[in-house]
Write a protein that binds this ligand. Sequence first.
Ligand code: GDP
Length: 174
Amino acid sequence: CGFIAIVGRPNVGKSTLLNRILGQKISITSKKAQTTRHRILGIHTEGKYQAIYVDTPGLHIEEKRAINRLMNRAASSTIGDVDLIIFLTDGTHWTDDDEMVLNKLRQVKTPVVLAVNKVDNIKNKDELLPFLTEMSQKFPFKDIVPISAQKGKNIDILEKIVRESLRKGIHHYP
Ligand code: GDP
């Protein structure tokens, strides 16, 4: 069993991706369930494999106000506490908010898989490869996968990467 956080700035498609992953093979969802550290958003079970998706509220917000700094600190402890992070970006826009989320990810040791979403919306497909290359130079991602959460493209590949990372990387997973 592994805990996975999907993180990213607003509007990159986090909810759409979660619905896509859980919608296919869902066994339980509990949108309001609370644990001390995470809000459990859904559990994906397949045989012995179980992935628990958790929410990381407040990761993207600016730090000018004290309350925001507190929320960011809580979010940072969440991402330090899961087994794997899916960092979701929008392949059509890289923004300062993405950069901010990435800086948070630099502060923890949790492995990060980059999912570049909305590739269905990229008009010039020649731009994708240089973008992916640039990303691979920015951060030591465990893997990088272009996806479309909306159209369901490469979701199977992302799930396979998640599953294999959990199997290899977690000491309590047999
Ligand atoms: P969140 O704020 O990160 O949870 O983002 P949402 O899941 O609410 O998605 C934000 C918007 O992006 C919605 O209008 C989605 O329909 C759209 N969206 C999500 N995934 C995709 C995708 O793969 N392709 C396209 N073209 N739009 C997407």
